[in-house]
Ligand binder design. Structure first.
Ligand SMILES: Nc1ncnc2c1ncn2[C@@H]1O[C@H](COP(=O)(O)OP(=O)(O)OP(=O)(O)O)[C@@H](O)[C@H]1O
Ligand SMILES: Nc1ccn([C@H]2C[C@H](O)[C@@H](COP(=O)(O)O)O2)c(=O)n1
Ligand SMILES: [Mg+2]
Length: 242
């Protein structure tokens, strides 16, 4: 009944949030779950889980497959909140946080930042948002990412989009992107493609087996691709945020 809980935290103070995370670290179980059953039971005057749990979509695909571009279209049309894992990490670099230099060198090498860092950033972004529907773009990149998210958030995504695009096209798009990203160069792109094939494809397979995967042909124009995405979201029922 109380399937997904950590995302309920807009109603939970940040000190409570910190305490629950400490309990999780100390005892190795999801303290959000315990909190949820204690204070959110509708029979005790709480709000039901189904109405307060956000709808989460993971958006996956190789570098340059069009994840960010299509997320912008989904936000415009379906009112989702876009959380790009890469953007959250780049923001950490810009803000000179304690992990900034580690994140910078990891991204430069085309490798993956430790899950504990990325999951914490995503968790904080969800907790501080009033939204009830999220696109989590570029996450999870590895099985380790996936397991860490599910353990900390206490939930699986509702659906997963996978933009399937040939390597040649992805390389072309990345090298033409022109946004000043330190990883938009041929050497880093080659490494990112390798990491994608080795570490991200198993995650995609996992969600395919669970029946949560929507594989979208990522070739053609942005409009053409969005017309493949649109029916996925048009058919969904979202929770109402009270
Ligand atoms: N269908 C398309 N045809 C041509 N170019 C595209 C298409 N979709 C996106 N692009 C361009 O390709 C580049 C990469 O797209 P985008 O940033 O959306 O990819 P991404 O999957 O988010 O990549 P990354 O994982 O590196 O962040 C951008 O410059 C974007 O404008
Ligand atoms: N889950 C993630 C997401 C991103 N990163 C790092 C490594 C990526 O190459 C880089 C850029 O991400 P993008 O903007 O392409 O989604 O950020 C990571 O380590 N873990
Ligand atoms: Mg992107």
């Amino acid at each position: 009944m109380w399937r997904r809980v950590a995302s309920l935290s807009p109603l939970v103070s940040s000190s409570k949030s910190r305490l629950l995370n400490q309990v999780q670290v100390a005892y190795g179980f999801n303290a959000w779950q315990m909190f949820s059953t204690q204070v959110l039971n509708p029979a005790e005057g709480g709000v039901s889980d189904s109405r307060r749990t956000p709808f989460v979509t993971f958006v996956l695909g190789g570098p340059g497959s069009g994840k960010g571009t299509q997320c912008t279209r989904i936000v415009e049309t379906f009112g989702f909140t876009h959380l790009s894992a890469g953007d959250l990490l780049r923001r950490e670099i810009s803000s000179n946080s304690e992990n900034g230099s580690m994140i910078l060198s990891t991204i430069k090498e085309g490798k993956i930042v430790p899950s504990v860092v990325t999951v914490q950033l995503i968790q904080k972004a969800i907790e501080t948002s009033d939204s009830n529907r999220f696109l989590i773009d570029g996450f999870p990149r590895t099985e380790e990412n996936r397991i860490a998210y599910e353990r900390v958030i206490g939930a699986e995504p509702d659906i997963v989009l996978f933009f399937d695009c040939p390597e040649e096209e992805m390389v072309k798009r990345v090298l033409n992107r022109n946004q000043g990203r330190i990883d938009d160069n041929i050497d880093t792109v080659k490494e990112r493609l390798k990491v994608f094939a080795e570490l991200n494809l198993p995650v995609i397979k996992h969600y395919s087996k669970k029946g949560k995967l929507y594989k979208i042909d990522g070739t053609g124009s942005e409009d053409e691709i969005f017309e493949r995405v649109r029916p996925v979201f048009a058919a969904l029922r979202y929770p109402v945020l009270l």
